[in-house]
Design a protein. Structure first.
Length: 283
C-alpha cells in the first residue's frame, strides 16, 4: 500500500495488475491511475468532511488528497452504510450506481446471548475520541444515578478518559471474550456517538441479547432499524430518558435486537462483494 502512495509503477509490478480481471482495495489508499484492471475501493466514511473539527490539519490534508483521488479513480466505491453512500454521492458527485452499500457483520458463533443474569451497569465500548461524546454521556449518567444509585457505567477502549465520575469505570482494552461477557451481562448498551460510518457495537450488542439505546446520528439509524431506542446525542436529558426507557422495559428491545442482528452476517457480506467483483471483471 505504501507503494501506491509513492509511485504507481512499482505497484503494477508488485501485484502484476495486468494479469488481474479486477482489483479491490479494502481501505482508502492512494489508488494509482489504473484503467486496467477496473478497481473498487472501500471508503468507510467521510467523517473528515462532515466533521473536520475532529481532525488535525495534517490529517485533514492527507485525507483530502487520498480520499479524493481514490474515489475519483475507482470504478465502483464500496461503503458500509446508506448514510455514507449518500455523502459520497452528494459531496463527490458520484453516479448513484457507482456507490454500493455492503454492511459489516459479526461472527454469530461468538456474539451470542449468555446465560448469566444481567448486571446493573451500562456498557459503552468506545475510545475517548471527541466524536464518541463521553462528556454528554457522563452528564446523562449522573441524571440516571439520581433514580438508580446502584447503576454503573463501564467503558472499554484504550486511551485517557480523564477523571471519571462516580459510578464510572474504565476497563481499557479487553479481549473479544471479555467484551462478549460484558455485552451478555450489561443492563443495556448506551451508544451516544456523534458520528459513525457503521457502528458495529450496536450489532454486537443485539446479537448478544443486550438491549440498545443509541444515538440517532449519521449511520446509526440505518444499522439499528427499529431495534434500538434512538436519541439526540447532543442532549444529555434525552440520552438519560432513552436509557431509562430501555431499562424499564428491556424485553422488546432484546427481541427486536436479536432479529435485527441476524441481517448482518459475513456470508452476506462476502456474497455482496462477489457481485461487485463479477460486475467489474465482466465490464
Amino acid at each position: 500500500m505504501t507503494l501506491a502512495a509513492a509511485n504507481p509503477r512499482p505497484l503494477h509490478r508488485e501485484l502484476e495488475l495486468e494479469k488481474l480481471d479486477a482489483v479491490h482495495f479494502p481501505l482508502s489508499v492512494m489508488l494509482p491511475p489504473v484503467r486496467r484492471p477496473p478497481a473498487a475501493t472501500t471508503v468507510l466514511d467521510l467523517q473528515h468532511e462532515e466533521h473536520p473539527e475532529f481532525f488535525g490539519r495534517a490529517e485533514l490534508a492527507y485525507r483530502k488528497v487520498v480520499y479524493g483521488r481514490t474515489i475519483k479513480r475507482s470504478r465502483i466505491v464500496i461503503t458500509i452504510s446508506e448514510h455514507a453512500r449518500q455523502q459520497l454521492i452528494e459531496r463527490h458527485g458520484l453516479a448513484p450506481d457507482r456507490v454500493r452499500v455492503i454492511h459489516l457483520a459479526v461472527d454469530h458463533a461468538v456474539f451470542t446471548p449468555g446465560g448469566p443474569p444481567r448486571g446493573e451497569y451500562l456498557l459503552y465500548p468506545a475510545r475517548p475520541w471527541p466524536h464518541k461524546n463521553h462528556a454528554r454521556l457522563f452528564e446523562a449518567f449522573a441524571m440516571l444515578r439520581r433514580e438508580r444509585p446502584s447503576l454503573r457505567l463501564v467503558l472499554t477502549g484504550e486511551g485517557d478518559y480523564g477523571a471519571l465520575p462516580d459510578g464510572v469505570e474504565s476497563r481499557g482494552r479487553v479481549s473479544t471474550d471479555e467484551l462478549v461477557g460484558l455485552y451478555q451481562r450489561a443492563a443495556a448498551l448506551v451508544f451516544p456517538s456523534l458520528y459513525e460510518g457503521f457502528g458495529i457495537p450496536l450489532v454486537e450488542a443485539m446479537a448478544c441479547g443486550c438491549p440498545v439505546a443509541s444515538s440517532n446520528a449519521t449511520s446509526l439509524p440505518d444499522v439499528a432499524g427499529d431495534a434500538a431506542r434512538l436519541f439526540d446525542p447532543r442532549d444529555p436529558e434525552e440520552i438519560a430518558r432513552a436509557v431509562d426507557d430501555v431499562l424499564r422495559d428491556p424485553e422488546p428491545w432484546i427481541e427486536r435486537g436479536l432479529e435485527r442482528a441476524k441481517l448482518f452476517t459475513w456470508d452476506a457480506c462476502a456474497r455482496a462483494h462477489d457481485v461487485v467483483y463479477r460486475e467489474l471483471s465482466s465490464g
